[in-house]
Design a protein around this ligand. Sequence first.
Ligand code: PRX
Length: 695
Amino acid sequence: MATEETGGVELSEAQIAVHWREEEYYHPTNKVIAGANASDPAILERFAEENFPDCFREYAELLSWDQYWHTTLDTSHAPFWKWFVGGKLNASYNCVDRHLVDKANKAALIWVPEPLDEPTQAITYRELYRRVNEYAVMLRDFCGVKFGDRVTLHMPMVPELPAIMLACARLGAIHSEVFGGFSGTACGDRIADAGSKLLITIDGYYRAGQLIDHKVKADEAIEVAKKHGQTVERVMVFRRHQGRYLSETPMVDGRDFFVDDVMPQYRGQTVAPLSVPAETPLFLMYSSGTTGRPKGAQHCHGGYLAYAAGTTKFYLDVHPDDTYWCFADIGWITGHSYIVYGPLALGTTSVMYEGAPTWPDAARPWQIAERLGVNIFHTAPTTIRMLRKLGPDEPAKYDYHFKVMCTVGEPIEPEVWRWYYNSVGKKEASIADTWWLTETGGHIGATLPGLQPMKPGSCGPGALGIYPVLLDEDGNVVPRGSGVAGNICIRNPWPGTLQTVWGDDERFLSTYYRRYNRNPDSQDWHDWPFLCGDGAVESADGYFRILGRIDDVINVAGHRLGTKELESAALTVEEVAEAAAVPVRDELRGRVVELYVALKPGYSASKRIEDGVVEAIEREIGKVARPKNVWIVPDMPKTRSGKIMRRVITGISNFSDVGDTSTLANPEVVEEVRQQVQTAKRERGEVPVEAGEGS
Ligand code: PRX
């Protein structure tokens, strides 16, 4: 919906934040300030625009370089920025080897399995070094992995995942981890796009008290990749319990191997970390965009790692002796940057939890925090909402003390923020509401926990060395404090930014840069604002409220789902002629998906077709994308040119204004669909609180 209030930016009703009121500041406690990595305002000066790009040397100097760089930022091939050019290093060395000198016996990872009767595992830096080396030898000698090869991982939250990522990095191979909850089909698409010949997976894992068969997805993935012309030659299968195979699917002779069967021959072997130029790709992370095909954001050893380490140090306030728990999944960028690369580069202890936040009940996170002495806690609004709903009084019963808490992935409602602050943080902890994207590698908007006041619902100002700006449709700057929304862009390059979209430079240019580029031949970074894809409002104090995606992306519980991907999945159902996916406000998950479908002539609506659509989405994408409702409608509201008006059905699903319908080709259908959907929703008790009677 483009209104005066949103400054003409196309925002759907559901994307408009529920909090427009200016919130009051919360200040960090003296204790947090006293212990913080950033408490002196001089840091803001050091990262001020006049010191760009050299300010980022401070991040790069957190790493160990085999060869120092000669050029901090090379803009000659804009906007394919190169950071720390001439520098050589290895991410695996930086996260593991270099800590052996003084931290060999310190826990690098503490892994908490979901089942209560399984013991927690502490993996020291020495032990991690052994595992990473042995896996690297296995990858090289058993799987034939070489420098630059892509290796697809489809792994849940087990400690083998970070170890195998670091093993790939050691060889200069590029890992591409696919979120474990994604389907075999989604994994197969990503294998094909990356051109991987090797898949690393596991037989099963625990989630919400269930043992999930995971290997079955590998077989599907390989079939799908093959259809796209990509042959997977080898599948390495970890076993959740050594020596015991949990999956129902048979191992394929000559293709599938158990990791624990082949590992004994590599016991104690090591491989030197390959010293690579800073801009060597480290991994791909696929995310959804405007078109159906997910895009592989390419991140590198030098700039990315420096940025992950720097932001971990200053925004999560991680010190080596902290016990830090990021309650995200390594299958997403948050886990890459803030469970694995950032914390391990700084030599801290990073906690990993296998399962669901509320298993067996809503006290689990606080029990873990108490038991392990976690002092930095990191999670997403969807988890906070869920824990608040199921166990609002649980945190007070446990003796833990956080100094910093992070929230990431979607806007947090001020009311939820306050519960997080008062109850979870016990009024002692600073909250860092970190706004960023898969593509940015690390935080781009947040407050420094020991220096900048917090404001519920706002992420804060641009992160150190990041200069955001709101632009309107014509590229004019939307003034600070005007209350008008704009497209939030970053004016400058930064080391964590994606290098390109894997195999598709054109898509990289068109997605992030074409919109506001002033001159395609320019080598001056000032001409290349980076389009983040979010709508935002900037308060007079320079704090940003992120309103949500402006493209066809639905952010469900902090996970990005492309409407096109969802609709394509629905269209695989025989009877479906048209499909439209819309975001619907949800108390716990922030947003959920509802699908509207119209059937081909000759078919009539049935529960079977609805179920078929749900199944298709789970099969093509994964359970994470499961729609809340499937509405089989007689027709879609359409423009005269035949475009489905998502704004209208989004309004219907959210009981909000559907906007002007006079220009539709079939305005009469709006009322019919509204009756159908809203009556059913009332019966199901799905009326939002703010939608009054008769709305
Ligand atoms: O809309 C923004 C939202 O999540 C999107 C990026 O999703 P993804 O690439 O999956 O990365 C998520 C983890 C970094 C953004 O475009 N988002 C992320 N963090 C916040 C947020 N929205 C509001 N506040 C945040 N702190």
